[in-house]
Design a protein around this ligand. Structure first.
Ligand code: F6P
Ligand code: MG
Length: 444
């Protein structure tokens, strides 16, 4: 058995993991505390005195959490009784077993992926332990304003989609292929707009996303889009004579705001031109990494789009509602998406989810955090094949659409990483570079 390389961790002083735990995570917590406080009047007080007490209680939990983090205190067991609590506490024990010399699992000594996920779960714990405000999403405001700030870009993108779908020459294979590639890239670059890397500061799409694609092409370090295309098109044929009813694509969503719109546009295109019959969207069941999509964000985004004054934007919204209504689109969540495990743990930890994903013809994993979990957030050499870093996680053909925001990247050519590092020391963390990286269990 090959032993995988160590996890990224804040224990490597000066690393991006270290800077994140030292600076960005406390900033995010401070913002959450401020948001709760600011909503005292218009949200918590509505619940009367219990609401006011809940606000105080949540703030005191979160201040304590920030202090534990900043002083590198041991990580504590969760004390709520949600359906994932036990899985979290078991995982902590597993982290404990990995510590050298019996040192406690802590913010600056344990794997970055684990402690960062744990922070978001502790935020949720603070809410759950403060009824009646358990479902308050402190990141909601940020997500909605980033949607509004990207308004022009969203209009341009919706206009592009409606116009190409209305054009008369949409039957040729070349036409399909070209527009699919463009929309795949728009969805890729949409991933730059997340609010976690910016610690909750504004980060929206301002320019017309279609105009920059050609200039951005040079920053795509691995581009497997032709493989994505061939898996999609060959899946079309594979249904004949079998029980298969049509191609199913799964999108493991990342951020709300502009990125979600790019994903919906791509999904609308695939369904409208018949590249896919069904799209299953997977989102988070609790607020996560500042801007990640949950059910409320998904529904809100579609209704906002429907209600737009712009004719192409609103007709996109109407179309999206129809896709949901007639079952071509469906939204799913699963607690595994907000657990800290590497994806190679999925068959053991969430066998039901793994077998659901096995029914897909193509799984698109959006964003940086999904890439970190695909590769285990480990210090792989950059030339290690993607498939090896997946360590057996391959429920169906899959593709990561990710802008680089953490120190993990596999599947590069020999010398490629060294060249990038010499030109731009921040290449792995700035979100300037991206990959469209594919892997398939099917033999070609
Ligand atoms: O390090 C940047 C970061 O905040 C990471 O914590 C996380 O991997 C990522 O950004 C979130 O990005 P995305 O929304 O693309 O998953
Ligand atoms: Mg995200």
């Amino acid at each position: 058995v090959l032993i995988p390389p160590p996890s990224l961790s804040a224990k490597y002083e000066g690393s991006f993991a270290y800077l994140t735990v030292r600076d960005r995570l406390p900033m995010i917590l401070t913002k959450v505390i401020d948001t709760i406080h600011r909503n005292k009047n218009n949200f918590f007080e509505k619940h009367g005195e219990v609401g006011v007490d809940a606000e105080k209680r949540a703030i005191s939990f979160l201040s304590k959490l920030r202090n534990e983090l900043q002083t590198d205190k041991p990580v504590l067991l969760l004390t709520d009784s949600a359906d994932d609590t036990e899985a979290w506490n078991r995982y902590m024990q597993r982290q404990q077993d990995l510590m050298e010399d019996g040192q406690p699992v802590s913010w600056f000594k344990s794997p970055w992926l684990y402690v960062e996920c744990y922070m978001y779960r502790r935020i949720q714990e603070a809410m759950w332990l403060s009824p009646p405000i358990g479902d308050f999403d402190a990141f909601k405001e940020g997500k909605t304003s980033s949607f509004f700030e990207s308004q022009q870009a969203i209009i341009s993108l919706c206009t592009y989609l409606r116009e190409i779908l209305a054009s008369t020459d949409n039957a040729s294979k070349k036409w399909l292929f070209e527009h699919f590639f463009r929309l795949l890239q728009v969805s890729l670059w949409g991933n730059r707009c997340d609010l976690s890397i910016s610690a909750g500061q504004e980060n929206s799409q301002k320019s017309n996303p279609m105009d920059c694609l050609a200039d951005l092409q040079q920053f795509i370090l691995v581009d497997d889009s032709d493989k994505v295309w061939s898996v999609l098109t060959s899946a079309q044929g594979s249904g004949e004579g079998t029980e298969k009813t049509g191609v199913r694509v799964d999108i493991i969503l990342d951020n709300a705001g502009f990125e979600l719109v790019t994903d919906l546009v791509l999904a609308d295109f695939m369904v409208s031109v018949g590249l896919a019959k069904e799209v299953h969207f997977h989102g988070k069941s609790i607020p996560w990494y500042v801007s990640d999509v949950n059910k409320q964000d998904f529904d809100w985004t579609i209704s906002q789009t429907t209600a737009s004054n712009h004719k192409h934007m609103s007709s996109c919204g109407v179309q999206w509602k129809r896709h949901v209504k007639d079952g071509a689109w469906s939204y799913h969540d699963h607690r595994f998406w907000t657990l800290p495990h590497e994806f190679c743990d999925m068959p053991a930890e969430a066998a039901d989810l793994y077998s659901t994903l096995q029914g897909s013809d193509l799984i698109l994993f959006k964003g940086d955090l999904n890439y970190r979990r695909l590769t285990g957030d480990r210090m792989w050499e950059h030339t290690v094949p993607f498939e090896r870093a997946l360590r057996g996680f391959l429920p169906a053909p899959l593709c990561s659409l990710r802008t680089l925001k953490a120190n993990v990247q596999v599947g590069l050519q020999p010398g490629q990483a060294e060249k990038l590092a010499s030109q731009d020391p921040e290449w792995m963390i700035s979100g300037k570079y991206a990959v469209i990286q594919f892997c398939s269990p099917l033999k070609e």
